[in-house]
Ligand binder design. Structure first.
Ligand code: ZN
Length: 284
């Protein structure tokens, strides 16, 4: 199943995307895609409900805006430097343990919304990533249990302001949390839709030029390792998002570095998870 949310910013409704690309409004199911939904076995209940009610669900026109395909989660946890070649281009060592950082959940937007270059920013950069949505509370889970805690997979662009992240001392969170820095979607694919999350091509283009092109088989830390590892430090709640890191080809890695200017068009995608597009706009 593919979960979507659609409608104007702040008043999105839950929907599903069918195999043929049609989108259906499932508001009558009575629950949005939030912590209660994921934690209460909502995916199974929605599937059962759809079997009975699919014919009475209104169609959603493809011209209607998509929002992020889940309600604002308790946290977005990101893994840094999780592809060896990207660690190299960033001038950093391949980590011995996963590098974790947070992204403010207020950064979340729809997959095709504009990315706003923050006030005064000159180093806004892109990062195509596979993100995981947690389906079941996870605290001190083992690697062998970890995949039972996955509700689905989704495309994420982990936008990053490199000056705020690297030059303004301390914590990566400053460069990761600006408004619009987390376009998520178009849809969450449930695990049955993705044969092998450790073998997915992912790519990103700026103004039509391919800059990132890799495969999740290059992860330094795979998905069960990452989930288990994070759960040793914090409880993962249903609906939480884990972004698994970006491959080679970010703007920071070029000589000279390349960063976004107003009007630039960023497109990205992952096998089985669709694609998204953001146009860069100046703040204000
Ligand atoms: Zn990232």
């Amino acid at each position: 199943m593919k979960l979507i949310r659609f409608g104007a910013i702040g008043s999105e409704k839950p929907g599903v995307q069918l195999e043929n690309g049609d989108r259906l409004d499932v508001s009558n199911f009575g629950q949005d895609y939030d912590e209660q939904f994921f934690g209460g076995d909502g995916i199974t209940r929605l599937k059962d409900w759809l079997n009975e009610n699919v014919d009475s669900c209104p169609k959603v026109d493809n011209s209607i805006r998509l929002g992020a395909p889940l309600c604002r989660p308790s946290k977005i946890i990101c893994i840094g430097l999780n592809y060896a070649k990207h660690a190299q281009e960033a001038g950093m060592e391949i980590p011995k343990e996963p590098v974790l950082f947070f992204k403010a959940t207020s950064a979340m937007v729809g997959p095709n919304d504009n990315v706003i270059i923050p006030k005064g920013s000159t180093k806004t950069d892109w990062e195509v990533e596979l993100a995981i949505v947690i389906g079941k509370k996870a605290s001190y889970v083992s690697e062998s249990e970890a995949m039972d805690h996955v509700a689905g997979y989704v495309l994420h662009n982990d936008y990053s302001e490199r000056e705020y992240q690297i030059e303004r001392s301390g914590q990566w969170v400053k460069g990761k949390s600006c408004d619009t820095f987390a376009p998520i979607g178009p849809f969450i694919a449930t695990p049955d839709e993705i044969e092998d999350p450790h073998n997915l091509d992912l790519w990103l283009k700026v103004n039509g030029e391919t800059l990132q092109n890799s495969n999740t088989s290059d992860f330094v830390f795979d998905i069960p390792t990452s989930i288990s590892y994070i759960s040793q430090f914090m409880t993962l709640l249903p609906g939480d998002v884990i972004s698994t890191g970006t491959p080679f080809g970010v703007g920071l890695g070029f000589d000279p570095p390349r960063y976004l200017k107003p009007g630039d068009v960023v497109e990205l995608g992952i096998d089985g998870l669709g694609s998204s597009q953001q146009v860069a706009k100046a703040y204000g």
